[in-house]
Design a protein around this ligand. Structure first.
Ligand code: ZN
Length: 332
């Protein structure tokens, strides 16, 4: 895993580059607008002159600086109103010459808050996503909706059902894509993808993770095994406070293969309960894949975990059915 300090430094220098790009874009827009409309060019120049003249006067006559700045502001407001009108008249948006930035909260500085200076959510998100992309999410570039290939699923009826497995997985895929496209932080609705191995659960979970990540949210993908390992280390004071915090605080937590983790007495059930219930209380979503069905989840863990992971008000349970496509692919 990359060190958090390095990733933070990288993210901050990324923001610095972003600010430079913003300034270049503002400059380009001014040139474009001035080129397009002589009136805009004239007003921009007038505004510039007024600005420098106001500063000079204020320095020259400190006693009158307040009056000078008030006067300047009034004139600026007038020029700005004319500028907006001139932009619209030349077919540009009226806010075309406003400051350019990606994050409206911190204006790409990475920090917010007065008097306490805090990292902006955009910075925290960038750091978290970079950290976890470096380890758990390697499959993600390959496992996305665009790469999803339903033709590896047999176009034959599933035993005891009318539809084919291919039609079924297409439905699951559409549902997951819809979920990922509609995902919003703080809504807390999650997915429980259950069923035997080789039915496409993990692939679809990674598709969801990738899409939600692309849409700008923080996502942590972790196997149940690693989750329990991280919680165990944390519980016994070895390390990993930040990792546990990330799992609690990210917008979307994806837990792969629940049920494959070791059942450590005094660790597994309580750690899982802690993660699941803390996230639920904070309205943060989880997506879980598991070979267990709902009843087995109740049996293996306890009622509180079972109830939270299968709660129809918060979780959509999707039971995957059909034949193992890895075996199917090997056979055909
Ligand atoms: Zn920000």
């Amino acid at each position: 895993m990359l060190s958090r300090e390095n990733v933070m430094r990288e993210a901050l220098s990324g923001l610095e580059a972003q600010r430079a790009a913003n300034i270049a874009e503002e400059k380009r827009r001014r040139a474009e607008a001035a080129e397009k409309s002589p009136e805009v060019a004239r007003l921009l120049e007038k505004r510039q002159r007024l600005f420098f003249a106001g500063m000079r006067d204020a320095f020259a006559q400190p006693a009158r600086s307040q009056a000078i700045s008030g006067d300047m502001q009034a004139q600026m407001a007038q020029i700005n109103a004319s500028l907006r009108a001139a932009l619209v008249a030349s077919g540009l948006p009226e806010d075309y010459l406003q400051p350019v930035y990606r994050c409206a909260l911190c204006r790409d500085t990475g920090y917010v808050g007065e008097p306490v200076h805090e990292p902006c959510t955009c910075l925290k998100r960038a750091v978290m996503n970079r950290l976890y992309q470096s380890e758990g999410l390697q499959g993600l570039e390959r496992e996305n909706f665009a790469a999803f290939d339903e033709t590896i699923f047999p176009d034959e009826p599933i035993e005891g059902r009318k539809g084919t497995q291919r039609a079924f997985i297409r439905k699951c895929r559409d549902f997951c894509e819809h979920y990922a496209d509609g995902f919003a932080a703080g809504e807390g609705n999650g997915l429980l993808l259950c069923g035997r191995s080789g039915l496409g659960k993990t692939f679809l979970m990674n598709c969801v993770a990738q899409r939600v990540l692309e849409r700008g949210y923080s996502v942590v993908v972790v196997s149940a095994y690693k989750l329990i390992e991280a919680m165990r280390r944390f519980q016994f004071g070895e390390e990993g406070v930040e990792r546990v915090q990330d799992m609690l605080a990210c917008d979307l937590l994806c837990i792969d293969d629940l049920g494959s983790e070791p059942m450590l007495r005094g660790v597994t059930v309580s750690a899982l309960y802690h993660i699941v219930s803390e996230r639920r209380n904070a309205n943060r979503a989880v997506v879980v894949t598991t070979n267990l069905d709902s009843d087995q989840i109740y049996e293996k863990y306890d009622d509180r975990i079972g109830a939270r992971l299968t709660d129809p008000g918060r979780m959509k349970v999707i039971p995957f059915i059909g034949v193992d496509v890895r075996r199917f692919a090997a056979r055909g």
